[in-house]
Design a protein around this ligand. Structure first.
Ligand code: SF4
Ligand code: SF4
Length: 105
């Protein structure tokens, strides 16, 4: 019985996560380090970011790939309070041009 409850709970949480995935970008902010370079908008595979008033604005079609966060050259993008002290990683073999190419540009 307990196992069935655990499976039910996990299923509900997973469905809830998927349902809310696109809006998960509400947690993103670009802090004062942002230089308005636009790289975050260029690497987003689903074109979820536009630069408005010299800052990125997320449009709630997010797939939570975290490319924007990791490609930002000055680590200006934060996801809530969780990423402030975390490092950033970008595969050195993947360029911004590669990221654009994958979305047909
Ligand atoms: S990549 Fe970073 S510095 Fe460039 S516009 Fe986006 S948040 Fe700002
Ligand atoms: S996490 Fe990925 S899909 Fe979401 S806005 Fe950033 S680059 Fe785009």
């Amino acid at each position: 019985m307990y196992l069935a409850f655990r499976i039910f709970k996990f299923t509900c949480e997973t469905i809830g996560f998927i349902k809310n995935l696109h809006g998960s970008d509400k947690a993103f902010i670009a802090n004062e380090k942002c230089t308005s370079c636009g790289i975050c908008a260029r690497v987003c595979p689903v074109q979820n970011i536009i630069i408005e008033n010299e800052k990125p604005s997320w449009k709630h079609r997010c797939e939570l790939c975290l490319a924007c966060l990791h490609f930002c050259p000055v680590a200006a993008i934060q996801m809530g309070s969780k990423t402030a002290k975390r490092g950033r990683y970008k595969n050195p073999s993947v360029t911004i041009a590669d990221m654009k190419k994958q979305r047909g540009e």
